[in-house]
Design a protein around this ligand. Structure first.
Ligand code: UDX
Ligand code: ADP
Length: 479
């Protein structure tokens, strides 16, 4: 650690927001910085109680061990926001920035009300100068708004430096992403105080991240980089999904095409896994935000360009749902269908924007009975996502995949959980109605083996009946 520690007074950090970003980020921070006290605060009492319990509010591989190791030592979870804010040297704002559901920018703009209320609270309660770090994904120039709110309400003699430090962790791999980040962006003001604040935050990261990976830049570039990175990632998946439709219509195989594309060193192999569609809390929200910003700046062609990435994803989800109905003789009314996987990706219990929701709703509208199994998603969450108050006759949630499959006409794979690959499909087949179908929305199963058992197999980006040598090619993003 090259920086002179004595110059940098970051001894206590407070993070507002104990969600999918704040929780894992602060846990890894506490693990890597035993000399720093980290307090995560949230107004949601249930969430804080869960962080302080045996069963954490989110599932993330390896997270539980870290929390257990640090909690009560230098990692604390609390609803008591004021003292934690007062004593902190550095404050992370890590609250949610959902898409607005009403008013100007409805359905597209990010709602910054939670971020603003944090800034107001900080200004109201803090009586000494601090560094405020915007970690939530926000529209470009949000830091300027935070500065305005802070300045307008600051107590005499107190000043703030506002930094942008977007988080790039992906769910399911958060601990690894945080421990070995590709880069850490720190955006700040181009002034002496701005530079001091940047080096203070840099010092925190230098506990475990090498200097060459910590990139300093202007605040707006840092804010825009986060939106742009997510837009590019989603665009790649939408692009390969667009190609998957061409494959289905022509007889080409999208896995072979993805492999061929990915071997081009300029393109690389990751994020080329065609699927039922991308989900998660970030991609949709951030692209909508980018579209809204572009429109607000009168950049209509730019807005239309990024909107297409979302439109293609909607098309892909709908196409998959329609294909299920078509393959099952154009009717699924009163048929029983098992859905394997409800989370938006493997290794998480998160269902935000999960393509499984779209597919399940489509099948319900067509009159099917659904039998849903996911290894990590809670039953109440599935029912909430499907707008059901209670388990009812058309939906049953299972804790055992074989029970979910029993007596059904079809299996629909919506999440790429690794355990799905090794299930005993002969056993499932024997318990199902015939003809028995498999719709593999994630391209993870051994389609030839399933066909040998007797299943009628349909998957993304390949015509039914083609031979399958591709199922276990994992040169994409490890899926
Ligand atoms: C994403 C970004 O990766 C992360 O950097 C950012 O901080 C938050 O948004 P996340 O949404 O958690 O992370 O997961 P990610 O791995 O990006 O997957 C997003 C969606 O794309 C998932 O539904 C996943 O299944 C899907 N996906 C991913 C594909 O369909 N094909 C792929 O090749 C890769
Ligand atoms: P993300 O995926 O961005 O982490 P989450 O919804 O998982 O989003 O978490 C955001 C957390 O921020 C929630 O637990 C919510 O209760 C908390 N939060 C939102 N606004 C405030 C606020 N003004 N004060 C304290 N906590 C807040």
């Amino acid at each position: 650690m090259a920086t002179n520690i004595a110059e940098i007074p970051v001894r206590k950090i407070c993070c507002i927001g104990a969600g999918y970003v704040g929780g894992p980020t602060c846990s890894v921070l506490a693990l890597k910085c035993p000399d720093i006290q980290v307090t995560v605060v949230d107004r949601n009492e249930l969430r804080i109680n869960q962080w302080n319990s045996e069963k954490l509010p989110i599932y993330e591989p390896a997270l539980e061990e870290i929390v257990k190791q640090c909690r009560g030592k230098n990692l604390f979870f609390s609803t008591d926001m004021v003292p934690a804010l007062k004593e902190a040297d550095l404050i992370f704002i890590s609250v949610n920035t959902p898409t607005k559901t009403f008013g100007l920018g409805k359905g597209r703009a990010a709602d910054l009300k939670f971020v603003e209320s944090c800034a107001r609270l900080i200004a109201e309660v803090c009586d000494r100068s601090k560094i405020v770090v915007e970690k939530s994904t926000v529209p470009v120039r949000s830091a300027a708004s935070i500065v305005n709110v802070l300045k307008a309400n600051t107590k005499p003699g107190v000043s703030y430096q506002v930094l942008s430090n977007p988080e790039f962790l992906a769910e399911g791999t958060a601990v690894n992403d945080l421990t070995n980040p590709d880069r850490v962006l720190i955006g700040g003001e181009d002034s002496e105080d701005g530079k001091k604040a940047i080096s203070a935050l840099s010092w925190v990261y230098r506990h475990w991240v090498s200097a060459d990976k910590i990139i300093e830049m202007n605040t707006w570039s840092s804010e825009l980089s986060k939106l742009a990175a997510n837009a590019f990632l989603a665009q790649r998946i939408s692009s390969i999904n667009a190609i998957s439709a061409v494959c289905e219509a022509t007889g080409a195989d999208v896995s072979e095409v993805a492999k061929a594309i990915g071997l081009d060193s300029r393109l690389g192999p990751k994020f080329l896994q065609a699927s039922v569609g991308w989900g998660g809390s970030c991609f949709q929200k951030d692209i909508l935000n980018l579209v809204y910003i572009s429109e607000s700046l009168n950049l209509t062609s730019v807005a239309a360009y990024w909107q297409q990435v979302i439109d293609m994803n909607e098309y892909q989800k709908s196409r998959f749902g329609e294909r299920i109905v078509q393959a099952m003789f154009n009717t699924i009314t009163d048929k029983h269908i098992a859905i394997l996987g409800f989370a938006f990706k493997k290794n998480t219990g998160d269902t935000r924007e999960s393509p499984a929701i779209h597919v399940a709703k489509h099948l319900l509208e067509e009159g099917a009975f659904l039998h849903i199994f996911d290894p990590k998603v809670e039953k109440a969450q599935i029912l909430l996502d499907l707008d059901q108050l209670d388990e009812e006759s058309s939906i049953s949630i299972h804790t055992d995949p074989y029970e979910a499959a029993k007596g059904t006409h079809a299996l629909v794979v919506c999440t790429e959980w690794e355990q799905f690959i090794t299930y005993d499909y002969q056993r499932m087949y024997d318990s199902m109605l015939k003809p028995a179908f498999v719709f593999d929305g994630r391209k993870i199963l051994d389609h030839s083996a399933l066909a040998k058992i007797g299943f009628h197999v349909e998957t993304i980006g390949k015509r039914h009946g083609q031979s399958s040598q591709d199922h276990n090619w994992t040169g994409t993003n490890g899926i």
